[in-house]
Write a protein that binds this ligand. Structure first.
Ligand SMILES: [Zn+2]
Length: 451
């Protein structure tokens, strides 16, 4: 391992250039022509690293796939998942440098996709290159799948996986995406919550009406929407939709053990999040709410006049932008139907529609045997015990691996907590990028018991 780590250290500057090369090719999921061009740039880069990859079609954006077998017939197969599509970069004014011309400032590289997710999957590829250079072969079989539309729901990949189970079969799926909880300690995650976005709409007139001349004799969609929303949730933030919590599974003893090792400092968390307070009775309640409970969130409201001053109108319509974060083991279709029935019962004139596709929740049992060598390898690479989370509150298309493919999947985020993914000035701490390459190398070798 020593030689591999030394080789990785020697190549630090070149790795940064590799990252710049692939970030400079924009790949915005909703603009397929940019995605295809970027896919080719990445395939060419992989060829230079000694990894032969191909672009494969899905029902939507293409995926990039590569497979490298090792000589040992008993070796495990690891599938690295990453995504090469990125979030849009507007508003450009809010960026300190251009999003697709990466710039290095104060030990960080800035650009759209540097951390989410190009820089993170690149760590695996660079680790493979280093191992191949040192040993001439890999200690495990490796498959790589790079998604072209993670930022818009991964529908193409889900369909592709269902049709190509043999191709994507592996003993372990390893994903590096999102931010680590701290810059000095790695994080390991075994599951994610799912997500679904939907709109509630109510239209009661063709135009905004005069609130004096028509006031009292016409319906007000803003009030009606507020009254409906009020019925959906109690004062503690729990959804009042009948059946909403029926499929939710409580945390296990093993989950509790993992939570015992996590930090709980409500005052510091509040400060870090920029919120006035954290709503949780204690540590278990905090992590239960974040990991094992679903949420019904009102993301935004649109109706009538919201500018300064006043405008005496009765709005013609009202829209509530809403979201559910699914806990394991809620089913999105079932929950959608429950909410729809609830809305119909309380205000049949309100319409509900899904926005984009949903993601299922995903969960792996913490004591899955193949996780142990991975956690140990991550610890070895960092020289500190990782923060191990049974579930993370955010969402990833992890259900493709755990539910469609029925194979274990582990997430080890490599980015800094303040990576500003999806926001202006997205960045990746260069030390963490580099540490990611070391970590991937350590994990690959641990799984192959390479010394
Ligand atoms: Zn993202």
């Amino acid at each position: 391992m020593k030689n591999i780590h030394a080789l990785i250290d020697q190549n630090r500057e070149r790795y940064i250039q590799d990252l710049i090369d692939i970030v400079s090719a924009p790949s915005i999921g909703t603009r397929p022509e940019t995605v295809r061009n970027c896919a080719q740039v990445i395939v060419d880069k992989m060829a230079k690293l000694g990894i032969e990859a191909q672009i494969m079609e899905t029902i939507n954006n293409p995926v990039i796939f590569a497979e490298m077998k090792c000589k040992n017939p008993d070796a495990v197969t690891v599938l690295f998942y990453g995504h090469y599509d990125v979030q849009p970069a507007d508003d450009l004014e809010l960026w300190d440098s251009l999003p697709f011309q990466p710039e290095i400032r104060n030990g960080r590289i800035y650009g759209r996709g540097v951390a989410d997710n190009k820089g993170q999957f690149l760590c695996h590829l660079l680790a493979m290159e280093a191992i191949l250079k040192e040993h001439g072969e890999l200690p495990v079989n490796i498959k790589i799948i790079l998604d072209g539309e993670e930022e818009i729901g991964s529908k193409g990949l889900a369909d592709f996986a269902a049709k190509n189970k043999e191709l994507l079969k592996a003993d372990l799926v390893y994903t590096s995406d999102g931010g680590s909880q701290r810059t000095d300690t790695p994080t390991v995650v075994f599951g994610v919550r799912g997500v679904m976005n939907f709109d509630l709409d109510l239209v009661t007139a063709d135009i905004d009406n005069h609130s004096g001349n028509k006031g009292g004799v016409t319906r007000n969609p803003a009030w009606e929407m507020v009254k409906l929303l009020d019925k959906m949730i109690d004062e503690n933030g729990r959804a009042l939709i009948p059946g909403f919590y029926d499929a939710v599974l409580p945390m296990t003893e093993k989950d509790k053990e993992l939570i015992d090792a996590l930090q709980f400092d409500p005052e510091r968390f509040a400060k870090d999040f920029g919120v006035q307070e954290i709503i949780a009775k204690d540590k278990y309640d905090y992590y239960d709410k974040l990991m094992f409970q679903p949420t019904l969130t009102l993301n935004g409201l649109r109706s009538g006049w919201t500018g300064d001053g006043c405008k005496n109108i009765i709005p013609k319509s009202a829209t509530a932008k809403m979201e559910v974060r699914f806990a394991w083991k809620q089913d999105p279709d079932t929950i959608y139907k429950l909410i729809e029935d609830f809305v119909k019962e309380h205000n049949p004139r309100v319409t509900m529609k899904m926005v984009e596709d949903y993601m299922y929740p995903s969960r792996n049992l913490p004591d899955t045997p193949i996780f142990q060598p991975v956690i140990e390898a991550v610890e070895k690479a960092w020289n500190v015990k990782p923060i191990v989370c049974p579930i993370t509150g955010g969402s990833l298309p992890d259900f493709i691996w755990t539910t469609i493919m029925e194979q274990p999947s582990i997430v080890v985020p490599y980015a800094n907590p303040d990576e500003a993914n999806h926001a202006p000035n997205e960045n990746f701490l260069l030390d963490m990028f580099h540490q990611g390459v070391h970590t991937s190398a350590e994990v690959i070798c641990a799984l192959g018991k390479f010394k």
